[in-house]
Structure formats: structure tokens, C-alpha cells
Design a protein around this ligand. Structure first.
Ligand code: NI
Length: 181
């Protein structure tokens, strides 16, 4: 779904899909075509993420069930920070970090999530070329959060059952009162 066009470069800001939309809870399909459509999708994902002031966005979050995610820890300040991961897989994890996490598909919900401190990711770029990336701290967290999205997993699923249920109850309450859109 799109609600705004940026006529300068042809990219489209797309609406962020919110929980409990089923597309967020389904594993995505592997990308096999490295074409113009994929490049446009990645560009749209960056624009939509910047508009929503996020640092990472996975395709299901704009309603596309494909295995692609974009990350920019600088939120547009540093072009070198732009990362596109097509068909990413975490191939190595080490250590542990516990930090607060949020998600554009779960507005205003935040909690401390345990993640690996360092991860190595194998993926492809927009041309289909194999790439390997390593991340620590926030970048490692972003890799794990976004790749979880591609597997249909949202961050509350990484919490204890008790904490997850508290969050889901809070969302149901907000849904009932019409504050969850
Ligand atoms: Ni998220």
C-alpha cells in the first residue's frame, strides 16, 4: 500500500504494516530475480524506513513477502551506512548482549531483548553477488532483528512467555480502544 510518492527519484514511501498482520508472522520467500523491480523495492524500503525514522526495515513490513532487508544505523546521515541484505543467513553468532529493542511494526512497544553480541551474515547484494558482513553491538542487533522478520519472528517472541503475554495483552487493549492502528 502506498500513500505518498516522491516524484524526484521515483521511489515510493509505503505504509508500514503493523502487528498482527499475518504477513509479519510468515517466513518470506527467497529472492531469485535480481532485477529493476528488486532495486526499486530496496529504494522504497529505505525511503519508507527514513520516513518512519527507523534504522532497519524488512520487506514484510511493507507487505512484501520477500527475503530482503535494509539497515541504516545513521538514519540517512551517512551514505556509507546503507546496507541491503538479500537472502541473508546468520552463519556465526557469539557472545551475548541485552539491550532495549523496538520495532516499527509494534509502535511504542519496547523491551530488553537478549541477542548475540557478534554475528556474521552471508547474503547477496542487489546484483546477486555473494557478500559477507560482520556486526557487533547495535549492528549485530539490527542483523538479528531484521533477519528474524524474514523468518516471521517479531521481537516479543524472543522474550519470556510472561513478558510476551504482557505485551500482547497491552496490544489487545489498545486495539479495543482504537489506539492501535
Ligand atoms: Ni522490526
Amino acid at each position: 500500500m502506498e500513500f505518498e510518492s516522491n516524484w524526484n527519484n521515483g521511489t515510493m514511501i509505503r505504509e508500514i504494516v503493523k502487528y498482527p498482520d499475518p504477513i509479519l508472522q510468515r517466513p518470506t520467500e527467497k529472492v531469485t530475480e535480481f532485477d529493476e523491480e528488486l532495486r526499486t523495492l530496496a529504494a522504497d524500503m529505505f525511503e519508507s524506513m527514513y520516513k518512519a525514522v527507523g534504522i532497519g526495515l524488512a520487506a514484510p513490513q511493507i507487505g512484501v513477502g520477500k527475503r530482503i532487508t535494509v539497515i541504516d544505523l545513521s538514519n540517512q546521515k551517512n551514505p556509507d551506512d546503507k546496507i541491503v541484505l538479500v537472502n541473508p543467513v546468520i552463519v556465526h553468532k557469539e557472545g551475548k548482549q541485552v539491550e532495549e529493542e523496538g520495532c516499527l511494526s509494534l509502535p511504542d512497544i519496547r523491551d530488553k531483548v537478549t541477542r548475540a553480541a557478534k554475528v556474521k551474515v552471508n547474503a547477496q547484494d542487489l546484483e546477486g553477488k555473494a557478500i559477507e558482513l560482520e556486526g557487533t553491538e547495535l549492528l549485530a542487533r539490527a542483523f538479528q532483528h531484521e533477519i528474524d522478520h524474514l523468518d516471521g519472528i517479531l521481537f516479543p517472541w524472543r522474550l519470556s512467555a510472561l513478558k510476551r503475554d504482557l505485551i500482547l495483552r497491552r496490544i489487545r487493549k489498545l486495539q479495543k480502544s482504537g489506539e492501535w492502528k
